[in-house]
Design a protein around this ligand. Structure first.
Ligand code: MSP
Length: 663
C-alpha cells in the first residue's frame, strides 16, 4: 500500500455508454458508489469517487446515426444528461471522466505504447464471431445456442487483420493472484465464475479496429490505420482520471482502488483489466465488487418492452431518500432483484413511515410536550437503558463491517433492529406515565431515546443524507451530516445541542400504491392478483358466490381457497452451500439463493451428500415463521417427496432463475 493511502478510499462505477439515457440499473450502481463513498468519508477517509461516460465504439456511432446528429454532438448531449442526473439523486462524485477527454486519450496512447514496446502486442489475421452489441468477439463455448448470451443475437463472422494483446501470457499469473487474494473479486460467486473461465486457455485479445470499419475511436500510437478497441480504451479511465503515471491522485488512490460493476461486465474487469495492468507494470486494483441485475416485473428491462424504469420518475414520486433506501435495502448485493413499485411502496410504508417515522415523531413530540424541547444531559442510566446503549454500540461496530463487505442490506437490517428496540423501549418505559410520576427518570429515558436516534441518523446518512440531516437538525445538533463522523457519535452523552429539540412535519407520510410507472409484464403475479380482485368484485371469486359461502364450503369440506394458497410464498432456489450440523444425523444446513440468500435447515442428511446438493435447484416455501433447529435458525422449507425408500427433492423441469415465484 502506498505511503499516503492508509486512510484513503477510491471507488469507481463503470463508465456508462452514451447510447442510452440513465435508468434504474445505472442509478443503482452509482448510488451504491455514493453510499460507500459517504460511509468512508464519515469514517474519516480521504475519498475519491469516479464516474463518467464511455463514448467510443460502434454502438455509440449507431445511436448517433439514429438520432440524426453528428457523433460529437450526440456524445456531448448524452454525456451531459448523465452528468446532470447524478447530482439530482444526491450523488456526490469527485470527478466525471469522459473517454473523449484529451487527457484520457493521451493516457490510452501511453499505455498502448508501453505494452507494445514490451512485445505484448502483435499484428495478425483473425476470423471470429463478433457481437456488435457487446463490441467483442465470442468463442463458441461462450455463445448460448450460437447466440450472444447478453443480446441473444447471432454474432457476425468477421475476418480482418488486427492487433492483439498477449493476454495468454498473464493467465497463470492471474490465476495465482486471484487464488492468493481471495477477496480480489467479490462476492465469491463471481470470483468462482472468473476462476472457472480461467480453466480454459485464455485467448489473446483483439484490441484494434480498422479505421475503414470504425473511425470513432482513439488511434493506435503505432499504426494510424487503426483505432483502439473500446474496452481497451474504456478500462483505462480508472487510471487516466487519476493522472497516471505521475499525478498525486494516482499515487494516493490507485493502491486502494475498488471498482463496482454489475455481472454483465465481469469478464473485461475480472480478466482483461488485471492482465492489462500487469502488462503495463501497474499493480492490480484492490477489489472488484460485483452486483446482480435489476429486472422489472420478473423480466429484463429493455427499450423494446417499454419497461425502462427511470430513476428521476421514482425519486420525484416517492422522494429521493426513499428511492435510495429501497434500492439498497431490497437488493442483496451480488444477486439479481426484481423491481416492482408495489414492493417499493410496501417498504416505504413499513420501514420508513412506520418504524423510522414513528420513532422520530413520537420521541420528538414527547421531548417538546414534556420539556419544551429542552432535555437536561443525564447519565443516570439503569440496567434497561444500558442494555439499549450496548445494543446501539454493537450495531455501530457490526454496521462498519457490513458496509466494508458491501452487504448493505444487512447493514440496514441491523439499523432497523435497533429502531425496533428503541420503539419497544419506549413502549416498555411508558414516558407518558413517567410524565406524571418522575420527571427525572422521564428526562433520562428521553435522553436514551434521542441518543439512539442520533446514532441511527448517522448510520443512515450514507443512504439517506437529506433525511439524516433533517433528523439531526430536529435533535438540535450543532453539526450535521458529513460533519458528524462515525467515531464521534458512538458515545452516549456527548450530544452537542445548540438549540432545543423540535418537532417537524412527518418525514415519510404513508403512500398508496396507485399507478404503475412501469407496466407489469404478462403473467406477472400482480396481474393475476388484480384480475382476482376484479373477479371478486364481480362476484365470481374462485367460482363461489361470495366470501360467506366460500367460508362455509371450506369449513365443511376442509378445502382451501385459491387465496389461501396464494398466501404461500413459494419460490425456486439454488443451493449455494451445504454442510452437516454437528450432533445431528438428519439435518443439513443449507444456504439457498431464492432471490436473496437464506439459511434453511433440511432433514435430508441421510439421503443426500452435501457435495451433491451444491447448485441444485429446489422449491422453497419462503414465508414460514423462522424456527431454530439444533441451534441453527431456519428461514424457509425445502419441498421434497417422501416414500418408504427415501426422500426426493422437488426440482424445476428446466433451470429457472433463483427467486422465480411458483403459482
Ligand atoms: N461502457 C461499459 C462499461 C465500461 S467500464 C470501463 C458498459 N456500459 S453500460 O452503460 O452498459 O453500463 C453497464 C453497467 O450499468 C452495469 O455493469 C451496471 O453497473 C449498470 N447496469 C445496467 N443495467 C443494469 C441492470 N438492469 N441492473 C443493475 N445494473 C445495471 O457496460
Amino acid at each position: 500500500m502506498g505511503k499516503n493511502s492508509q486512510d484513503s478510499f477510491y471507488i469507481t462505477t463503470p463508465i456508462y455508454y452514451v447510447n442510452a439515457e440513465p435508468h434504474i440499473g445505472h442509478a443503482y450502481t452509482t448510488i451504491v458508489a455514493d453510499v460507500i463513498a459517504r460511509f468512508y468519508r464519515l469514517s474519516g477517509f480521504d475519498t475519491f469517487f469516479l464516474t463518467g461516460t464511455d463514448e467510443h465504439g460502434n454502438k455509440v456511432v449507431e445511436a448517433a446515426e439514429k438520432s440524426g446528429e453528428t457523433v460529437k454532438t450526440y456524445v456531448d448531449r448524452i454525456s451531459q444528461i448523465f452528468k446532470e442526473t447524478w447530482p439530482k439523486i444526491n450523488i456526490k462524485h469527485d470527478y466525471f471522466v469522459r473517454t473523449t477527454d484529451k487527457n484520457h486519450k493521451d493516457t490510452v496512447s501511453k499505455i498502448l505504447s508501453q505494452v507494445y514496446a514490451k512485445g505484448d502486442i502483435y499484428f495478425s489475421e483473425y476470423e471470429g464471431k463478433y457481437c456488435i452489441g457487446c463490441e467483442r468477439f465470442y468463442t463458441d463455448t461462450e455463445l448460448l445456442n450460437g447466440k450472444c448470451p447478453i443480446h441473444l443475437a447471432e454474432p457476425k463472422i468477421i475476418s480482418e487483420e488486427n492487433y492483439f494483446f498477449r493476454m495468454s501470457n498473464y493467465q497463470e499469473w492471474l490465476i495465482n493472484y486471484i487464488k492468493s487474494n481471495p477477496d480480489f473479486i467479490r462476492p465469491e460467486r463471481y470470483r468462482n465464475e472468473v476462476i472457472a473461465f480461467l480453466r480454459e486457455p485464455l485467448e489473446d485479445l483483439c484490441i484494434s479496429r480498422p479505421k475503414t470499419r470504425l473511425s470513432w475511436g482513439i488511434p493506435l500510437p503505432f499504426d494510424d490505420n487503426y483505432v483502439t478497441y473500446v474496452w481497451f480504451d474504456a478500462l483505462i479511465n480508472y487510471i487516466s482520471a487519476l493522472g497516471y503515471p505521475d499525478g498525486d491522485l494516482f499515487k494516493k488512490f490507485w493502491p486502494v482502488a475498488q471498482h463496482i460493476i454489475a455481472k454483465d461486465i465481469l469478464k473485461p474487469h475480472g480478466i482483461f483489466w488485471p492482465c492489462m495492468l500487469k502488462a503495463a507494470g501497474i499493480e492490480p486494483y484492490q477489489h472488484l465488487n460485483v452486483h446482480g441485475y435489476w429486472n422489472v416485473n420478473m423480466g429484463k428491462m429493455s427499450k423494446s418492452l417499454g419497461n425502462i424504469v427511470k430513476p428521476m420518475d421514482l425519486a420525484t414520486k416517492y422522494g429521493l431518500d426513499a428511492f435510495r433506501y429501497f434500492l439498497l435495502r431490497d437488493m442483496v448485493f451480488g444477486l439479481d432483484s426484481d423491481f416492482t413499485e408495489e414492493s417499493l411502496v410496501k417498504r416505504f410504508n413499513s420501514d420508513l413511515a412506520n418504524d423510522l417515522g414513528n420513532l422520530i415523531s413520537r420521541s420528538m413530540n414527547m421531548v417538546v410536550k414534556y420539556f419544551d424541547g429542552k432535555l437536561k444531559p443525564s447519565s443516570q442510566f439503569k440496567e434497561e437503558d444500558i442494555s439499549l446503549q450496548d445494543a446501539s454500540y454493537r450495531v455501530v461496530e457490526e454496521y462498519k463491517d457490513m458496509m466494508k463487505e458491501f452487504t448493505f442490506h444487512k447493514a440496514l437490517i441491523i439499523v432497523w433492529e435497533l429502531i425496533g428496540k428503541a420503539n419497544k423501549y419506549i413502549d416498555t418505559m411508558k414516558p407518558w406515565s413517567l410524565a406524571t410520576q418522575n420527571q427525572e427518570r422521564l428526562n433520562t429515558v428521553l435522553n436514551a431515546v434521542t441518543e439512539v436516534i442520533k446514532i441511527v441518523s448517522v448510520l443512515l446518512w450514507p443512504f439517506m443524507p437529506h433525511t439524516a440531516e433533517k433528523i439531526q437538525h430536529q435533535l438540535g445538533l450543532g453539526i450535521v451530516g458529513e460533519k458528524l463522523p462515525l467515531n464521534s457519535v458512538k458515545k452516549w452523552g456527548e450530544m452537542q445541542r445548540v438549540r432545543p429539540l423540535s418537532k417537524a412535519a412527518a418525514l415519510f407520510p404513508r403512500v398508496e400504491h396507485d399507478r404503475e410507472l412501469t407496466p407489469p409484464s404478462l403473467g406477472s403475479k400482480k396481474i393475476k392478483e388484480q384480475d382476482l380482485k376484479e373477479d371478486k368484485k364481480k362476484g365470481f371469486s374462485s367460482g363461489m358466490a361470495g366470501p360467506k359461502v366460500e367460508e362455509k364450503v371450506k369449513e365443511e369440506t376442509g378445502l382451501i381457497s385459491l387465496e389461501d394458497f396464494q398466501q404461500l410464498d413459494i419460490r425456486v432456489g439454488t443451493i449455494k452451500e451445504a454442510e452437516t450440523i454437528p450432533g445431528s444425523k438428519k439435518l443439513l444446513k443449507l444456504v439457498v439463493d431464492i432471490g436473496e440468500e437464506r439459511t434453511i435447515v433440511a432433514g435430508m442428511a441421510v439421503y443426500y451428500q452435501t457435495n451433491d446438493l451444491i447448485n441444485k435447484q429446489v422449491i422453497v416455501i419462503a414465508n414460514l415463521v423462522p424456527v431454530t433447529l439444533m441451534g441453527v435458525e431456519s428461514k424457509g422449507m425445502i419441498l421434497a417427496a417422501e416414500d418408504e425408500k427415501g426422500v426426493y427433492l422437488l426440482i424445476p423441469d428446466k433451470e429457472s432463475k433463483p427467486g422465480s415465484k411458483i403459482s
